[in-house]
Design a protein around this ligand. Sequence first.
Ligand code: BG6
Length: 469
Amino acid sequence: MARVKKLPRGFYLGAATAAYQVEGATKEDGRGQNMWDVYLAKHGQYSPDPASDFYHRYPEDIALAKEFGLNAIRLSISWVRLFPKIDGPVNESAVTYYHDLFKTCLDYGITPFVALHHFDSPQEMLEEGDWLNRKNIDRFIKYAKFCFLTFPEIKNWFTINELISLASGQYLGGQFPPNHHFNVSEAIQAEHNMLVAHARAVIAYHDLNLPGRIGCIHALKTGYPNSNRIEDIQACKRYDAYNNRFLLDGTLLGEYQSETMQLLQEVLQVNDASLTILPEDLAILKKAAPLNGIFGMNYYRSEFVREYHGESIDQFNSTGKKGTSAFKFKGVGEFVKRPEVPTTDWDWNIYPRGLFDMLMRIKRDYPNVPTIFLTENGMALKEQLNKEKTVDDSRRIDFIDQHLEQVLKARQAGVNIQGYFVWSLQDQFSWANGYNKRYGLFYVDFETQKRYPKKSAYWFKQLGASLEE
Ligand code: BG6
């Protein structure tokens, strides 16, 4: 029996996508190469083509979104589709493509929220140090300004999606190119540089005087000490500083608080790592913070943290075989599984309370936070079509329902959260898991590219209808 039966008037009920995970067509119409194209061609077990073939099938997907009650969608622009050479001319066919895509959404009354960068740096950018090279921040700003001016129909912009997941995948776990392992200096420097890139894009948007809103998307995971031991409590504080506070301070306060930096220094020290912050960076963060008009929070899970001082290990579960992952980060802590907390097949804790706690903490510690959107939340399952040509994903419905309930509870407690985007609209390509990890409201047969609404899509339809009441 669903907990959430009615959504508040004016609420955005959406689904999220990312260009590389849905578009396919990586070699069509003059598109350039991003870092994933090159990496997957060399080392990947999976092909990003045709993914969910959204490049060709977006009219069908947007029509389905409308039919099944959605009034918003998260999309991202592929930088290399727009600029095949990073310092070269614009690819006009990509401009036309994105105009058509956005128009289709708007014609259906589906508000597009658009991200500029969703894990998909151009290959040329990667070869020149990706976000570690400040020259690439300048390039990002040029690309961002181009998008702001070229697509005035977009009124809700996001700069960078989940910069911590990107930096961790690139420089800690090594699942993302350039596949470095626990290079803590690189990870933290890339995060700081992306915070500066975000801030500069916000300032640029503001200076252009456009009638929309802009913000960042962070992946936040609430940390809980695994016990009352002082060592676990301290480890959890360091975890929180590294995973959440550094990002929230940088974006919403425009300054890293001294306690955040002190905890971070402890992590850097034990890992022989360093971070360079230029004085002008701090001025940029400060100037941008009040100009954020929206804030995107992605929430999937929380972590229970135990003190850990051994060698760092990220044993990544890329197959969906329960119990195959382990994460231990020297000086930060070890993630502990608890018998009373259910997990997905990919070992992600299912802990809706963590979402409420994070929203309340943001309200308490960052009172100037702009309008919040839950820009991603969802549950991965291994799925197959049944005889009725649908999928009974009751577990996903339960997951979404439990998390939406926490969103509404936080609203009642005064949190200004105005929308929920499920990850994802349709089944799509998962960066380090390929096609076996499904999240969609719509099942995609990757052979035929046919779409089939899952049980969750029908449940969404009811929720969408409640917005009209
Ligand atoms: C978020 C990303 O981190 O989580 C998405 O923004 C991603 O791009 C999603 O697909 C789920 O992660 P995964 O690894 O299960 O595909």
